[in-house]
Design a protein around this ligand. Structure first.
Ligand code: CP
Length: 316
């Protein structure tokens, strides 16, 4: 693997999942692979799981890790070509990415979308500039439109817990007071399209995701109908895509979309976290036995570890 910025960087998903599960069973089996190699993690946005799990994954492989919170610790970066840098940006990504490549053997980047400029977000201007100018491999720790490490952890979790050859997986929108990105939904759908599952998406009218994400995945606007006989219910909010980055109605007006025990039925409940209790999902679900959110969070380590292992093997 030369980089991991999107699901297209996966050549054999089943093999990758199997290898991640083998690493989970024996996390230190490759602890010499990353010796004297450094992962530099750049955060333009907050994180709990991604930061801690990716750092642990690198450490399991014997790597050293440097973490930089870009917005508070580094010079403000310029991404536009040809800009006269006489305003608030102090350093261009052209130099920054090349310089960071002198210190790190792998660069991991988290950079959320603006949710105000669709074209800019869809150009993935932060991570794509790091890919363009860095001289070492780049890993996506959630970009404007994708969260492929989360999606790989979700695929591992479903593979581990599924009791059927072809489980029914439902991605359900749920209410949230803030405008949230599409990245998790995009990557989860993309990942499920690669797996042998029956995938359905449900959301209120107006919250359609991009055609590029949906392909031929069915949308069922009636949430109760969509959830019928589900084996896994993955819940996530996203803001409007067409009316880009907008929240169309108040949380209260969409409260019937909050996931309860009754809606969940016998399915497993999935969410990438962090999650707002009693807005996205009722306490009874998160505190109940059908919630697998902690297993998902645990698998973040092994999704990152298998990706870093594949990249390190390509370096050596
Ligand atoms: N799921 C996830 O990416 O969590 P963090 O935002 O805490 O990293």
């Amino acid at each position: 693997m030369k980089k991991y910025t999107g699901l297209d960087d996966i050549t054999d998903l089943q093999e990758l999942i199997a290898e991640a599960r083998a690493l989970k069973a024996n996390p230190y089996a490759y602890e010499h692979l990353g010796k004297r190699k450094r992962l530099v993690m750049l955060f333009f946005n907050s994180s709990l799981r991604t930061r801690l799990s990716t750092e642990k994954a690198a450490s399991n492989l014997g790597m050293d890790v440097t973490v930089m919170n870009f917005n508070s610790d580094a010079w403000k970066l310029e991404f536009e070509d040809g800009t006269v840098m006489n305003a608030d940006t102090s350093e261009h990504v052209k130099e920054a990415a090349k310089v960071i490549s002198q210190y790190g053997d792998v660069i991991a980047v988290r950079a959320f979308p603006t949710l105000t400029d669709k074209a800019k977000d869809e150009s993935e201007y932060v991570i794509s500039n790091f890919v363009k100018y860095a001289t070492v491999p780049v890993v996506n720790m959630e970009s404007a439109t994708a969260h492929p490490l989360q999606a790989l952890a979700d695929a591992i979790t479903i593979t581990e817990l599924s009791q059927k050859k072809r489980p029914k997986v439902v991605l359900s929108w749920a209410p949230h007071p803030k405008a949230l990105p599409h990245a998790v939904a995009n990557s989860f759908i993309g990942m499920m399209q690669k797996m042998d599952v029956e995938l359905t998406v449900t959301h209120p009218k107006g919250y359609e995701l991009s055609d590029a994400t949906m392909k031929d995945t069915p949308v069922v606007y009636d949430q109760d109908e969509a959830l019928k006989d589900a084996d896994f219910v993955y819940v996530k909010n996203w803001s409007n895509y067409e009316n880009y980055g907008k929240v169309l109605a108040t949380v209260d007006s969409h409260s019937s979309w909050t996931i309860t025990d009754e809606k969940l039925g016998n399915a497993k409940f999935m969410h990438c976290l962090p999650v707002r209790r009693n807005v996205i999902v009722a306490d009874e679900v998160l505190d109940g036995k059908q919630s697998v959110v902690i297993e998902q969070a645990n698998n973040r380590t092994f999704s990152a570890q298998v990706v870093l292992k594949k990249i390190l093997e390509n370096l050596n």
